[in-house]
Design a protein around this ligand. Structure first.
Ligand code: TRP
Length: 343
């Protein structure tokens, strides 16, 4: 850790190749799930060698934990290329629940062969998994007028590495310059969930932000075979782009947790385990907050950065505006590196 990051991982803003998250579950409010999102790095990291390292990692875990890799194998070669583009090659997450073996998830990059190839790649991957109808429904609701690949982008294609009934395929879209109503509409692709909840969630997490002009709102669909529509929807608010510091993010997130009936003391334990500084001394420890609607496990998830390499300083308050609408001006204060994403 005394060296700079060996690879500019996109997992976290400071390039730490892991990120923690704690999931609060409606069905079992006292039992949190711990997840770790990670990027496997080769000893000589590059876009290409890291992809191989990630596949080796998955193979090794599959052997160790007896993971079912059939879904992975069905789509893996679609996302394989000698010349990976975009922000990452292959990520994975590990999901820990009390008293159980860890579960694994793999994230493919739909834009790995270039932005314009993403819709076709994902369509083919979902066709192979028998989910093409759900995909059509999802896009119908998620894409704003205009073209897929501009303001609405396919960000992750994720498969579970197990074959239990709750095994999922998930598709994530990033919505640049979106408003809450855009993700509410996206959520309406799913039947039987309270899509309107999302508006309130975004308003509270964003502190009244109307247009999310900093880091994008992200939405994900959960697909289950045999269905014509996605069965679940989650929205991820990159709260760190819309606060001055983590103290402010913390207040919003604990407010949200309490609104959904969770004990925010559990979040305190997680933060204490990760943070090495007072919350008001930086921004980005609390990276995202998400609301999960529908199966498999509705609830709220809070994403915590490791900040292994760097702490981002709090955003300065604009003196002329200070005190008036402190929640509303945050996004404009610091340029956001993720807006101009490379292809
Ligand atoms: N750091 C990246 C981003 O903020 C990727 C990422 C990590 C992410 N965790 C996430 C994206 C949770 C959405 C939700 O975009």
């Amino acid at each position: 850790m005394s060296e700079p990051p060996a690879w500019p991982s996109g997992i976290a803003d400071d390039h730490t190749p892991i990120e923690y998250s704690v999931a609060f579950n409606e069905s079992e409010p006292d039992r949190l799930t711990l997840r770790i999102l990670g990027e496997a790095l080769d000893t000589v990291p590059s876009a290409t060698t890291n992809m191989s390292a990630a596949r080796r990692f998955i193979q090794a875990q599959a052997g160790r934990f007896g993971l079912a890799v059939s879904r992975f194998d069905q789509v893996n070669e679609l996302f394989a290329t000698d010349d990976p583009r975009g922000d990452f090659g292959l990520w994975h997450s590990m999901v820990f629940r009390p008293g159980r073996r860890p579960e694994f998830k793999v994230y493919f990059n739909p834009e790995v062969k270039g932005v314009h190839r993403a819709p076709g790649l994902v369509a083919e991957a979902l066709r192979r998994l028998g989910l093409e109808k759900s995909y059509d429904t999802a896009l119908e609701y998620a894409i704003r007028p205009g073209e897929l690949g501009r303001d609405d982008r396919l960000t992750f294609f994720a498969v579970d590495l197990h074959d239990q009934p709750h095994a999922r395929v998930k598709l994530y879209l990033s919505h640049y310059n979106a408003q809450a109503r855009d993700v509410v509409r996206a959520a309406r692709a799913v039947a039987g969930i309270e899509a309107d909840e999302i508006a309130e969630f975004c308003a509270l997490a964003g502190g009244g932000t109307v247009t999310f002009a900093g880091r994008p709102l992200v939405g994900s669909y959960t697909f289950l075979s045999g269905q014509d529509r996605p069965v679940g929807y989650s929205v991820y608010v990159p709260i760190r782009s819309y606060v001055r510091d983590d103290e402010q993010a913390y207040r919003r997130v604990t407010g949200l947790l309490e609104r959904y009936g969770f004990d925010s003391g559990q979040l305190d334990r997680a933060i204490d385990a990760v943070a090495r500084r007072p919350l008001r001394d930086g921004v980005g420890l609390i990276a995202h907050v998400s609301l999960r609607l529908g199966p498999p496990r509705p609830g709220v998830t809070v994403y915590l950065s490791a900040e292994a390499y760097r702490v981002d300083p709090p955003r300065p308050l604009l003196p002329s505006l200070a005190g008036e609408h402190p929640e509303l001006r945050m996004a404009a204060v610091r340029p956001d590196p993720t807006i101009a994403r490379s292809e």
